[in-house]
Design a protein around this ligand. Structure first.
Ligand code: ADP
Length: 188
């Protein structure tokens, strides 16, 4: 299955992806993780990405798009993936559609994880990644609302919304049930 994960920073996309990739047997591809790898390897892309990560802004679309295109071309992603952190803008969604089109495929579902803003901010403050300071977190939430949330309407046909509060395993069950439901409706 080809699935995109959407939700505000702190909704638990990475946590859910770790469970779902086992159940669905597809790789978890996180653009945030890919950028952080570049930063730690000090590549040219990493040096450019660093300043966007530090402030919580979006890395420019051309850099992000090329990185995703290369990753999706790897053999493990051929039969499916959980894409986490991309697309983050409607422009990136068009880019993804074009990449998939070349591969002769389309998305099966978009999983949206929802949680109240105060809860996600509290989770991130607890996590303590370098970009998890209060100012940067608030900025990422704002970027999510203005740039990423419009994707929910864009993907309304294939959207599966999952409330992301409560025990982690329960949230994963809700997500899997939502995907099964959607598959059943498609199957007739
Ligand atoms: P979170 O979901 O907690 O914000 P991520 O690990 O998904 O964390 O992303 C961390 C940072 O990586 C973002 O704040 C942004 O700077 C950059 N980033 C990740 N994905 C994208 C993307 N699709 N387009 C632009 N920048 C991105």
């Amino acid at each position: 299955m080809r699935i995109v994960l959407i939700g505000p920073p702190g909704a638990g996309k990475g946590t859910q992806a770790a469970i779902l990739r086992e159940k669905l047997d597809v790789p978890h591809i996180s653009t945030g993780d890919l950028f952080r790898e570049h930063v730690s390897r000090r590549t040219a892309l990493g040096r450019t990405a660093q300043r966007y990560l530090d402030t919580g802004g979006l890395v420019p679309d051309d850099l992000t798009g090329d990185m995703v295109r290369e990753r999706l071309a790897e053999p493990d992603a051929r039969h499916g993936f959980l894409l986490d952190g991309f697309p983050r803008t409607v422009h990136q969604a068009h880019e993804l559609a074009a990449v998939l089109d070349v591969m002769g495929s389309t998305l099966d579902a978009v999983l949206e994880f929802t949680a109240p803003e105060e809860e996600v901010v509290a989770r991130l403050l607890n996590r303590g990644r370098p970009d998890d300071t209060e100012d940067v977190i608030r900025h990422r939430q704002q970027v999510y609302r203005s740039r990423t949330a419009p994707l929910l309407a864009h993907y309304s046909d294939i959207l599966v919304t999952v409330p992301a509060t409560g025990p982690v395993e329960e949230i994963a069950s809700r997500a899997l049930a939502g995907l099964t439901d959607r598959g059943a409706r498609l199957g007739g």
